[in-house]
Structures are given as structure tokens and as C-alpha cells.
Design a protein around this ligand. Structure first.
Ligand code: F0G
Length: 458
């Protein structure tokens, strides 16, 4: 059998990339005030800003777009989507939304409120923000190894069950539901084991709480279970996905990840009363329950994406190609978060650039250099994103990471090899990199719009 795992698709329609020179990129950086979110994406060669909504759709999905039915109510596109989802996750009520955070907003506006608390392994930013917007506390209970970039455990996304039990015992009345994010994006794209999902469900049952999965990357999580958890090697990804969802009472979903589409999401739940309330909010904010915030054609694309994402060849390519990038970086001496996650490689910029203090943003410095040298756009996840405190002061974040999030089915191995070469050069000259200061920032979510200035004297 051949050892090389190839991209399991060929290219039928191409999207040209625009080449730029270093001098041009230097000028773009200056104009963008050294904030990569402010770049025009035409000026980016390889875009690793996010894996969300950046997937390439298949010929079948594009054909499905043509079949989309735009009826306001009862569209066959909705029923095709509902059937495709039920094949994997047989929830009673399936409520489409325009993206993941809309599903979160609807759910938490119903169950949230003052004095309440919602635990998760790690809440993603929008999940946390939507919970906190209802004055509910969002609590992260990932097991402690999940916070250690060097720990090489297979399931670093697992919930700390002891702390969850203690919370359920002491604050049970204040907990409307328990969440589990698969894979754990904010913790490095690390998977949650089936044993942990099952045990979390058992705890929820003991305390009579629903378990809701934030399941954006459910297929990647399932494939890690197949590769790493005893007893699953001979199961198909689809069977594993079905088992995962059999332990849940509902899910929120950003279809922009593991439904392989550019826009979409949903909320799915078994509880009739909750579903009725959710549909009422949906009608106010998103649309009629058979289209949510989407066009009929989007629902068809999601239905087909859900079939394709659990194909073994696709998942094998997906997980192997992400690991290929991470392993190559490790080999050239770049510290990364281990083990490599499903959708992204996270570089430990604080460890790579120890001469830059966290308050001078080593992650931002590295991200800027990757763009300047190679036209590669990534995202700082560190002191720029989390360093500003509520009182306006500044504190180093727990980690200073740079995320290389890999769009699905978009880049080939030679694109990745180019990035590895670029990073080898960045690494060879890393002592020359300097920190930055923030010259302007908005009162919240500063990473999206802040202005930076390079510090020229250290
Ligand atoms: N939950 C998780 C775990 C996510 O990673 C995201 C989005 C969402 C919820 C929200 O979904 O964007 O459709 O509203 N993550 C993207 C990222 C933005 O870049 O990691 P959305």
C-alpha cells in the first residue's frame, strides 16, 4: 500500500493567487497599522486567519446550490438538510441559523440570566461573550494538561470531571446546561475522548442537566477518536460521530467548519419547550424556522457537506495534512502546541521569541514577520487578544500563540511546503524581530482593529 496520503480531490476550477513583493507587503503592513485584520485579502498569499467559512465546496455542493429551493416555508432544501443532519445527530428539533454565534445567542438568551453559570471544557470567544451578555458566568473546566502547550496527551480537550462534579454539587441550581466543545478550539484544537463525552453525559444525567455540544469540528474530533482511542480503530467516522451525538441533548453548530460551507449554522435540541422558545426568538432575529438566516441553497450545500465531511479519505487527509505542517515546524526547531490539533497549528511565540516581553506582543511580531516575508496571514492569540483588563490595565496572557488555521480542501502540499520554508527563514533570523506597542485601541475586542507601531529600540 502507498504511504503518501494525497489530497483526495483534484482541481476543476482555480482561484488565482496574487503575488506581491516584500516591499509591497511592507507598505501594506504600514497602511494596515500592523494589524493583519486590516489587510485586504487580495494582498495575502496564503491565508491562515481562520478555518471558518473558508472551505472549498465540492462539485456536488455546487450542484446542490443549483437545486436550492427558496420557498419561504417548508422548502425541500430544509428537509434535505434536516435528513442529512439526523443521519449523524438525530435531535428532535433542528433549527437553522446564519452561523454558530446566532445559535448561541438564541440558546443563551433563553437559558441564561443573572446568577447562573455555564461550564464548558473551554468556551470559544463568541460563546463566552454570548453567555456573559446575559450576565451568566462562563466557566472553563478543561483538564489541567489542556493548558500546558508541551503536554503530549491524546485528548487534551477533555473536561475535568472532578471539577465539574464539584460545581454541579455546589452550584447545581444555577446551572441550566453543561457544554462541551469538540474539538476544543481555544485550547489548541485538541479533541475530547469518547470516554470523556460519555462520562460528562453520565454526570449530567446524575444531576439532571442537559449536555449541549459546541460541535463545530465534530468530524475532526471523531477522527482523532478513531486514531487514538482504544476500541474505535475499526469503526467508521460516521459511526463514531453517531455515538458522540447519542450522548448529547443538543448542539450548537457553526457549519462554516465541519459542514464544509461558507456560511451557516444551527441549534439542535431534544427539549420541546426549549425548542418552542428558540423558534420564537429565531423568527424575531433570523427568519422562519425552515430557513433560519439562510437561503435554501445554503441548506442544500450543508446537507451535502455533512455527507462529505465524514468520508474517511477526507478526514485522513485533513488530520494528516495539519500534522504535516506541525511536525515540519517542530523539526526546524519552532516550538508548537502539542500534539498538533485538527484544524490548526499553534506556534508558541513566547517560547520562540523569549527576547520580546509579552507586553510587547511576541505573537503579533511573529505574525507580522510571516506576512512581511512570505505573504502568510495568521492570527495572534495571546496578549493582544486577551491582555487588556477590565480596568484598562495590561497583563500578559497565559500564552502567546500564533494560530495557523487551515482552510479545508483549499491549499495543496506545495503551498504548505512554501510556508515551512518561510518559517525556517523567520526562525533563522528570529533574534532580529522586535516587539510592538499599541498606539490606538478600541474599548473592547481590540485585536480586530487596534493600531500597532514597531518598537525600533529595545
Ligand atoms: N464555537 C467554536 C468552537 C468556534 O470555533 C466558533 C468560530 C464558533 C463557536 C462561532 O461560530 O463563527 O459561525 O459564529 N470560530 C471561528 C474561528 C471564528 O476562527 O475559530 P461562527
Amino acid at each position: 500500500m502507498m504511504q503518501t496520503i494525497i489530497e483526495p480531490f483534484r482541481i476543476k476550477s482555480v482561484e488565482p493567487l496574487r503575488m506581491t513583493t516584500e516591499a509591497e507587503r511592507q507598505a501594506y503592513l504600514k497602511a494596515a497599522k500592523y494589524n493583519l485584520f486590516s489587510l485586504k485579502s487580495d494582498d495575502v498569499l496564503i491565508d491562515f486567519l481562520t478555518d471558518s467559512g473558508t472551505s472549498a465546496m465540492s462539485t456536488r455542493q455546487w450542484a446542490g446550490i443549483q437545486m436550492g429551493d427558496e420557498s419561504y416555508a417548508g422548502s425541500p432544501s430544509f428537509y434535505r438538510f434536516e435528513a442529512a443532519l439526523r443521519e449523524l445527530a438525530p435531535f428532535k428539533h433542528i433549527i437553522p441559523t446564519h452561523q454558530g454565534r446566532a445559535a448561541e445567542k438564541i440558546l443563551f438568551s433563553i437559558v441564561g440570566g443573572k446568577g447562573k453559570i455555564i461550564p464548558n471544557n473551554t468556551h470559544f470567544d463568541t460563546t463566552r461573550a454570548n453567555i456573559e451578555a446575559t450576565t451568566t458566568e462562563a466557566l472553563d473546566l478543561v483538564k489541567k494538561e489542556g493548558l500546558d502547550p508541551q503536554s503530549d496527551l491524546p485528548f487534551k480537550g477533555d473536561m475535568d470531571l472532578d471539577r465539574l462534579r464539584e460545581l454541579l454539587q455546589t452550584r447545581g441550581d444555577d446551572i441550566p446546561l453543561v457544554m462541551l466543545t469538540i474539538t476544543n478550539n481555544s485550547g489548541g484544537g485538541q479533541p475530547v475522548s469518547m470516554a470523556n463525552i460519555k462520562a460528562t453525559k453520565a454526570l449530567c444525567e446524575e444531576f439532571n442537566k442537559p449536555l449541549i455540544l459546541d460541535a463545530c469540528r465534530f468530524a475532526e474530533n471523531a477522527y482523532f477518536i478513531k486514531l487514538r482511542e482504544p476500541g474505535y480503530a475499526d469503526k467508521s467516522p460516521k459511526e463514531i460521530v453517531q455515538e458522540i451525538f447519542s450522548y448529547a441533548d443538543g448542539m450548537t453548530m457553526s457549519a462554516k467548519k465541519d459542514a464544509l460551507v461558507n456560511m451557516g449554522g444551527w441549534l439542535a435540541i431534544n427539549d420541546d419547550e426549549l425548542a418552542m422558545q428558540a423558534r420564537n426568538v429565531l423568527i424575531l432575529t433570523e427568519g422562519f424556522p425552515t430557513y433560519g438566516g439562510l437561503s435554501g441553497r445554503d441548506l442544500d450545500a450543508m446537507a451535502i457537506g455533512l455527507e462529505e465531511v465524514v468520508e474517511e479519505d477526507y478526514l485522513s487527509y485533513r488530520i494528516t495534512s495539519t500534522a504535516y505542517l506541525g511536525n515540519a515546524l517542530e523539526k526546524i526547531g519552532i516550538p508548537i502546541m502539542k500534539p498538533v490539533g485538527g484544524h490548526a497549528v499553534y506556534i508558541d511565540a513566547r517560547a520562540m521569541l523569549p527576547h520580546i516581553a509579552p507586553q510587547q506582543y511576541p505573537g503579533q511580531s511573529l505574525a507580522i514577520e510571516m506576512y512581511r516575508l512570505g505573504g502568510i496571514r495568521t492570527c495572534e492569540i495571546g496578549t493582544v487578544m486577551f491582555g487588556r483588563q477590565a480596568d484598562g490595565s495590561e497583563k500578559a496572557a497565559t500564552m502567546d500563540l500564533v494560530r495557523m488555521a487551515i482552510p479545508r480542501r483549499v491549499y495543496t502540499q506545495s503551498h504548505i511546503d512554501y510556508c515551512i520554508e518561510c518559517l525556517a527563514e523567520v526562525n533563522a533570523n528570529k533574534h532580529r524581530l522586535k516587539g510592538l506597542k499599541i498606539s490606538w485601541e478600541p474599548p473592547m475586542l481590540r485585536h480586530f482593529t487596534a493600531h500597532f507601531e514597531p518598537i525600533t529600540t529595545c
